[in-house]
Design a protein around this ligand. Sequence first.
Ligand SMILES: C[S@@+](CC[C@H](N)C(=O)[O-])C[C@H]1O[C@@H](n2cnc3c(N)ncnc32)[C@H](O)[C@@H]1O
Length: 243
Amino acid sequence: VSAAPGEVWIVGAGPGDPELLTLKAARTLEHAEVVLFDRLVGTGVLELIPQNAERVDVGKHPGDQLEVQGQIMTLLETHARRGKRVVRLKGGDPFVFGRGAEEWAHLAQRGIRVHVVPGISSSLAVPALAGIPLTFRGVARAFCVVTGQREITSDALEDWRVYAGVDTLVVLMGVGERERIARKLIEAGRDPSEPIAFIERGSTPFERCITGTLEQAARLEVSAPAVWVCGRVVALRDQLRLE
Ligand SMILES: C[S@@+](CC[C@H](N)C(=O)[O-])C[C@H]1O[C@@H](n2cnc3c(N)ncnc32)[C@H](O)[C@@H]1O
């Protein structure tokens, strides 16, 4: 990792467990002078931030996201212009519902050099840790990762029929809207008795996997953050897990 000043590293922190940080992410953190981090970055990862680095918690609060996002972009720019080595640390992979590319574009347009360190996305790692393979020969040959958040700008992007035929469907940020999403998926043709799983706080000591069927989604007791997996692969968990 070069340590040229006045640049920004957009770094994926993985799903929570610091052991799931890449070597490159860990080395980049070692050289950081300022670290801006999100709510879902694991506490073990935050412990790797050097003592003398400035830590800025920019964990977003629901409701004022546009405003907060603007402030984050300005902060990144300001610290970079002060000649600092700035790390923008994001949960999972920065480019999977992480706004990493928006921040990159903002900085690039202002002449600030950006480097990217991809991270292990919760969409892949969290099901794996729970014993749910996203693909499996003869069961699922494709998977899709979709956000459960309502599209603010266009209803057209909210067409769940697109996802009715996907073998394995992974929904991020879907806990709060699970009743509506499950209903839309069933209306669009997904089997109401298909197995589903919500994996809460994957890769942390608080990991919990809640299983059921698609038609039961609303009744399952789940709290965010969780990765929601729909599809026949969920049933393979029984063969893969010992406990
Ligand atoms: C804004 S998205 C960011 C996703 C992230 N960039 C990634 O690649 O994992 C946040 C959502 O990711 C999922 N998520 C992230 N970390 C998780 C974890 N450790 N356990 C369960 N779900 C997680 C949840 O669905 C959460 O609502």
